[in-house]
Design a protein around this ligand. Structure first.
Ligand code: FAD
Length: 393
C-alpha cells in the first residue's frame, strides 16, 4: 500500500505541506484535516479593518486541493496517539498515518492576562484569528463614537506576526482619519521596541500624527488586567484606560493539539530540528508554522509556507529511505501603512549546527519616496496573490 501522510490544519503551513507532499510524490496518499470549509487569512485582514479589502477577498476554499488529489476532511483532531500512529477526529473516527505533520497555528493563553478569557473576547475582540473576530472588530470600529478611543493591547513577544499589531494600528488609523477624524488610537504595548519600528513611526508621523499614540513598556504600556464589560485596560503602572473599542491581542501558545500530542516543551511552543521541522520530542511527527520554535524566523504566513515545503521534502525523502537535503528558508513581511505606502522586512535563513540562523536580511530604506512606497505596497498585494495561489490554488 502507498504511504499515508496526515496533515493537521489547513492554514498557511498545513495546506502548503499537503500540496507539496503530493507534488513531490503523487503516489503518497495525503489527508488534510481542517474544520473550516472557508479559510480566512490573517494576512490582509488588517486591510479589511481599514476598508481596503472585503472578507470575500481574504477567503479561500479547499476545492483546488481536493482537485489536486488531496483528501480534505473537514473535522477537528482531538487526540494524537504517537505510539499507535493514529489521530482521532471529533466525529470519533481514528485515522492511521505513516508520517504526521502538524500546523495548528496558535491558541490563546486565556486568563494569562487577568480578565481576558473566551467570553471577554466577544466584547473586546482579539481578531488575531481571522473570520468572525475580524467582522466583530470592524463592526465595533464602525459603530464607535466620532471622538472615541480605540485602544489596542499588545503582548510580549513571541506572538503571531511581529509587525501585525502596528500594521493594524496603521489601517485602523487610516479608517479613523477618513471617517472619525476626532477619534484616537492608543497602543498599550508590552514591548519596548518592535518590528520595522523606525519605518512605521516615519509613516505614522506622515499620516496619523494626531491619531496614534503608543505607550511602550518603559512608559507603562504593559497591560496587567482587562475588564471587558467596562471596556477598561489596567496597566502595570496602575493607569486605568477606558476604551470605546478595546482590541486585546492576548498572550499565545502553540495550537493545543500540538500540546496534546506532546511535541511542545515548557515554553508551550514546539522545538524542531531546523533542517527538517521534525519534532525533537517525537520522531515521525513534523511541526511547522506559528506553533514551532524557529526564531530568528518570525511567526509569519510566509515562514509557515517555506517551512512546510522543507518539511514536505523531508517527509518524502524519509519515506523513500533517503537523507533530507540541507534546508534554506526565506521570509518577507510586507506591511501597509496607507493605501499606496508599504514597507517590508526580509530575511534568509538556514540550519547551521542544529540551530536556525539568519544569513542575510534587512528592512526597506528609510525616507523612500512616494514612488518607492507605492511599489512596496504593490509588491505586498502581489505577494498575497502569489502565496494564496501557491497554497489554495
Ligand atoms: P494557521 O494559518 O492559523 O493555520 C492553522 C490551522 O489549523 C487553522 O485553520 C485551524 O483551524 C487548524 N487547526 C488547529 N487545530 C486543529 C485541530 N486540532 N484539528 C484540525 N485543524 C486544526 N503573515 C505573513 O506572512 N504576512 C502578513 O502580512 C501577515 N499578516 C498578519 C496579520 C495579522 C493581523 C495576523 C494575526 C497575522 C498575520 N500574519 C502574516 C501571520 C500569519 O497569519 C501566520 O503566521 C500564519 O497563519 C501561520 O500559519 P500556520 O499554518 O502556523 O497557522
Amino acid at each position: 500500500a502507498s504511504a499515508h501522510v496526515v496533515i493537521v490544519g489547513g492554514g498557511f503551513g498545513g495546506a502548503t505541506a499537503a500540496r507539496y507532499v503530493k507534488r513531490f510524490n503523487p503516489s503518497i496518499k495525503v489527508t488534510l484535516i481542517e474544520p473550516s470549509k472557508t479559510f480566512y487569512t490573517c494576512p490582509f485582514s488588517n486591510l479589511v479593518l481599514g476598508g481596503l479589502r472585503s472578507m470575500e477577498q481574504i477567503a479561500h476554499s479547499y476545492d483546488h486541493l481536493k482537485a489536486f488529489g488531496i483528501d480534505v476532511i473537514h473535522d477537528y483532531v482531538t487526540v494524537i496517539d504517537a505510539d499507535k500512529k493514529t489521530v482521532r477526529l471529533q466525529s470519533d473516527n481514528d485515522i492511521s498515518y505513516d508520517r504526521l505533520l502538524l500546523s495548528p497555528g496558535i491558541d490563546f493563553r486565556w486568563n494569562a492576562l487577568e480578565g481576558y478569557d473566551e467570553a471577554a473576547a466577544e466584547r473586546a475582540p482579539h481578531a488575531w484569528k481571522a473570520g468572525a473576530q475580524t467582522v466583530l472588530l470592524k463592526k465595533q470600529l464602525e459603530a464607535m463614537p466620532d471622538d472615541g478611543n480605540f485602544v489596542m493591547v499588545v503582548p510580549e513577544a513571541p506572538f503571531r506576526c511581529p509587525p501585525g499589531p502596528y500594521e493594524r494600528a496603521s489601517m485602523v488609523a487610516h479608517y479613523l482619519k477618513h471617517h472619525k477624524p476626532k477619534a484616537k488610537l492608543i497602543i498599550l504595548d508590552a514591548q519596548e521596541n518592535f518590528s520595522k519600528q523606525a519605518l512605521f513611526e516615519q509613516g505614522w508621523n506622515k499620516f496619523y500624527a494626531d491619531i496614534i499614540e503608543r505607550i511602550p513598556l518603559s512608559l507603562g504600556g504593559k497591560v496587567t488586567r482587562i475588564d471587558a464589560k467596562a471596556l477598561v485596560a489596567e496597566t502595570e503602572f496602575g493607569d486605568v484606560i477606558k476604551a470605546d473599542v478595546l482590541n486585546v491581542i492576548p498572550p499565545q501558545q502553540a495550537g493545543l493539539i500540538a500540546q496534546q500530542a506532546g511535541v511542545t516543551n515548557e515554553s508551550l511552543w514546539a522545538p524542531i530540528n531546523p533542517n527538517t521541522f521534525e519534532s525533537t520530542l517525537i520522531p515521525g511527527i513534523y511541526v511547522v508554522g506559528d506553533a514551532t520554535i524557529a526564531a530568528p524566523m518570525p511567526k509569519s504566513g510566509f515562514s509557515a509556507n517555506t517551512q512546510a515545503k522543507v518539511a514536505a521534502a523531508a517527509i518524502v525523502a524519509d519515506l523513500a529511505g533517503k537523507e533530507a537535503t540541507p534546508a534554506h528558508y526565506a521570509n518577507t513581511c510586507y506591511s501597509l501603512i496607507a493605501p499606496d505606502y508599504g514597507i517590508s522586512v526580509a530575511g534568509a535563513y538556514t540550519a547551521l549546527d542544529g540551530k536556525m540562523v539568519e544569513r542575510s536580511g534587512g528592512v526597506s530604506p528609510m525616507d523612500g519616496d512616494a514612488d518607492f512606497r507605492k511599489r512596496e505596497a504593490d509588491y505586498g498585494a502581489n505577494w498575497y496573490e502569489a502565496i494564496c495561489y501557491d497554497i489554495w490554488g
